[in-house]
Design a protein around this ligand. Structure first.
Ligand code: PLP
Length: 293
């Protein structure tokens, strides 16, 4: 039920369909966003960091050489419209840019760029317990190899193949999430989250060479700096994670999520640490507009 914005028009949820020869379905060239709305009112005004997400969508498309036939303002309006029309209060929004079925094959030159904005009711991604006690993570045998540097600024469909394989592998081992390494063996990120660790009161996070330039990542870095913490963006090794005092993931879906174990090794005292808890509280205050920065 509800409506989806497709190429400038609102269509009923069930009728928002694509053809089986949709180019992006076959070759994976497309870009997308994951956005959250919290406490949305009728104006749909509580879409968290909407402008940043829209800007990243356009940057991702530009990197992939796809020309979005709408302005950023129009995509912002589309997001507000779907939240409002679907009467949502706590929602997940999925803007996506893809090639249609106007042509087949890699050489197709008559392809059109289409845009969809879907939104649905989605109050929480991880359970309240996970947010409180933390999750179990497994280092993946899949790396961020084929995306490498281009992963940082582009949120592109094709970048998620290794994310899915890594997550499936982690879930099959009884863990909750995967930690992917880069080609050199340094920590990159989770399947859909950025990574942080805390050691001796200093916060460390991988530099932007093999992970997505996450909007939650930059929000949390800002909150941490405001709270007086030192943040080091640098290469992190796997053994550093084992001996960290605390570790956590950040992401639009995961928010701030404590990690209590990596590869069967307890991290810190195996509970959500004090720095993680503090940043989690600050992040929740921020998304709920109690401390909008
Ligand atoms: N890394 C990957 C691979 C992601 O898919 C995401 C989610 O979008 C993130 C990190 C976190 O980014 P953000 O905080 O912008 O949601």
């Amino acid at each position: 039920d509800g409506v989806i914005w497709l190429d400038g028009e609102l269509v009923p949820w069930r009728e928002a369909k694509i053809h089986v020869l949709t180019h992006t379905l076959h070759y994976g060239m497309g870009v997308f966003e994951g956005v959250r709305a919290y406490n949305a009112d009728n104006l749909g005004a509580s879409i968290f960091r909407m402008e940043e997400h829209t800007r990243r969508l356009f940057s991702s498309a530009h990197i992939m050489n796809m020309q979005i036939p709408f302005s950023q303002e129009e995509i912002n309006e589309a997001q507000k419209l779907t939240v409002r029309e679907n009467n949502l209060e706590a929602a997940y929004l999925r803007p996506m840019v893809f090639y249609g079925s106007e042509g087949m094959g890699l050489r197709a030159d008559n392809l059109k760029v289409h845009v969809v904005v879907a939104s649905w009711n989605w109050p929480s991604y991880m359970s309240p317990e996970a947010k409180e006690i933390g999750i179990k993570v497994r280092t993946s045998s899949y790396t961020r190899h084929h995306v490498n540097i281009s992963m940082c600024k582009a949120k592109a469909n094709g970048h998620y193949i290794n994310s899915m394989l890594a997550l499936q592998e982690a879930l099959a081992c009884g863990c909750d999430e995967a930690l992917l390494l880069d080609v050199d063996g340094y920590v990159a990120e989770g399947s859909g989250e950025n990574f942080f660790l805390v050691r001796d009161g200093v916060i460390h996070t991988p530099e932007l060479t093999s992970c997505l330039d996450g909007i939650t990542r930059s929000t949390v870095i800002g909150l941490a700096k405001d709270a007086g913490y030192t943040i080091k963006e640098r290469r992190i090794t796997r053994d550093e994670v084992y001996i960290a005092d605390e570790a956590f993931f950040t992401g639009t879906a995961a928010e701030v999520l404590p990690i209590r174990e990596l590869d069967g090794r307890q991290i810190g005292n195996g509970k959500r640490g004090p720095v993680t808890e503090k940043l989690q509280t600050k992040y929740f205050d921020c998304i709920h507009g109690r401390d909008e920065k």
